[in-house]
Design a protein around this ligand. Structure first.
Ligand code: BES
Ligand code: MN
Ligand code: MN
Length: 463
């Protein structure tokens, strides 16, 4: 007698079934009683192979975020099978499919052999409208992720401007870019100082989406920090675990741009303006220096104690400029402080500001629902003490404690309207895959803002 192993090419089935269910009895449509009983009871995401077909069974939960995590688990299982076509069966769940799609994102355009696998999800006709909406939002998130993931040598200020122009050409979004000359005339002292060592001019991007049926009388203005690369300037950052991922320092700008992209595609009935100050923070013989005193757009003087606290300098001018729109509400998003990350961890954004409390509660609730979690920090005026300067109006650096709050307090000097500041330094970028939020740029903020703005009921026309 002889025995040998024979090798066969890996069996790759073209089509995989994905069955979503809520109650065990729904499984009788697919499996016999014996098979159902053999299923482990403690796993919500099961792979079942009966040699004729491969199926992933997913038992849905009631909480949206749990279903998103299941969306990631199911995608990972199906992806490992290299399935190209997925047959979606059973019940529909928006959170699940949203996360399923978000999990498919890979930033591999700079690999010489990018993953070219195209996956199609075959869905029931009656899910079409909802899936189309999910797909639009996810594509905005993907654009935001791409912008964040592109390194400085692919996305400097000039490239960023081109990417924005390209994205919004032939859309209902109006765009305008201010160049250095215009910024000088408009006294953007903070933005110009940060840009001083650069061979590339700064820009101010102004985008407006104003549909005819907008319900708000005054615009909602979104401001995003657009530092395309942050070396720290003369207050140079250490390379490891710091400067090496500072391509992500325009994630605030990328998120508000992703939002306006989604708003336009979804035809949201809100008037929205986005303002993004864009520059790099480089080092050179023209650098602005610690000890310098700047005059900002609002005429306040700022003593620069640390050139690495550059985000607040460029945002301050943009927030001051936001006043000219007579806004109903201003929200800024910025990868602003390591302190926010130390306080809340890598997956939660810090929120603070002077807007009415109900808006903060609403934002926290939407954070829970979308999985883009936010936590409010205190904002007492006592924190301003740390920003006192002997020779200028304020300085750009607080003390050793409460750094996320003192950064927010710095910005508060430049606002005169209802305002929420969102520090996304933690959740904007991950260093290892974090379920459906992925690896690298997460697109954090896009889904949060879509839900907030969609449900915004303040400042109704004529009331
Ligand atoms: N871009 C950084 C903040 C940051 C840290 C973003 C970690 C993403 C992840 C910001 O410009 C910065 O350098 N902040 C300093 C401020 C300090 C000098 C007051 C910081 O947090 O160390
Ligand atoms: Mn910095
Ligand atoms: Mn920065």
């Amino acid at each position: 007698m002889s025995f040998k192993f024979e090798y066969q090419a890996k069996v790759e089935l073209e089509k995989v079934n994905l069955v979503l269910y809520k109650e065990m009895q729904e499984l009788t449509n697919y499996l016999n009683t014996e098979q159902i009983e053999s299923l482990p009871k403690d796993d919500n995401c099961l792979f079942f192979n009966d040699f004729k077909s491969q199926t992933v069974f997913v038992k849905l939960e009631t909480e949206q975020e749990k279903n998103r995590r299941l969306g990631f688990a199911a995608f990972s299982k199906i992806n490992s099978l290299k399935a190209k076509k997925i047959n979606a069966l059973g019940v529909f769940d928006a959170s699940f499919f949203e996360a399923f799609m978000l999990s498919s994102y890979r930033f591999d355009i700079l690999k010489t052999k990018p993953n070219s696998l195209e996956i199609s999800l075959l869905i029931d006709q009656k899910w079409k409208v909802k899936c189309l909406e999910i797909s639009k939002i996810c594509h905005s998130v993907f654009w935001t992720r791409d912008l964040v993931n592109l390194p400085f040598n692919y996305l400097n200020t000039t490239n960023f401007e081109s990417a924005i122009k390209k994205r919004f050409e032939d859309t209902s979004v109006n765009i305008e870019f201010w160049d250095k000359n215009k910024l000088q005339k408009e006294n953007f002292g903070g933005l110009l100082a940060v840009n001083q060592a650069s061979n590339i001019e700064p820009r101010l991007a102004i985008l407006e989406y104003k549909p005819e049926n907008s319900t708000n009388e005054k615009p909602i203005v979104l401001v995003g920090k657009g530092v395309v690369y942050d070396t720290g300037g003369l207050s140079l950052k250490p390379t490891e675990h710091s400067m090496d991922f500072m391509k992500c320092d325009m994630a605030g700008a990328a998120a508000v741009l992703g939002l306006i992209d989604a708003a336009q595609k979804l035809h949201l009935d809100k008037w929205i303006v986005c303002i993004c100050p864009i520059t790099d923070n480089l080092i050179g013989n023209q650098s602005f220096a610690p000890g310098n005193i700047l005059t900002m757009r609002n005429q306040m003087t700022v003593e620069v104690m640390d050139t690495d606290a550059e985000g607040r300098l460029i945002l301050a001018d943009a927030l001051d400029f936001a006043k000219t729109f007579n806004p109903a509400l201003v929200i800024d998003l910025a990868t602003l402080t390591g302190s926010a990350v130390r306080a809340l961890g890598e997956n939660v954004a810090a929120i603070m500001g002077n807007a009415p409390s109900y808006l903060f509660h609403q934002l926290a609730k939407i954070g829970e629902e979308t999985g883009e979690k936010v936590a409010r920090l205190p904002f007492w005026d006592e924190y301003k003490e740390q920003l006192k300067s002997d020779i200028a109006d304020i300085k750009n650096l607080g003390g050793a404690t409460a750094g996320a709050i003192t950064a927010g307090k710095f910005l508060e000097y430049f606002v005169a309207y209802d305002w929420i500041h969102i520090d996304i330094a933690g959740p904007a970028f991950t260093h290892k895959t974090y379920h459906y939020q992925g690896l690298g740029g997460t697109g954090f903020g896009v889904r949060l803002l879509v839900d907030l703005i969609r449900n915004y009921t303040g400042n109704v026309k004529g009331s």
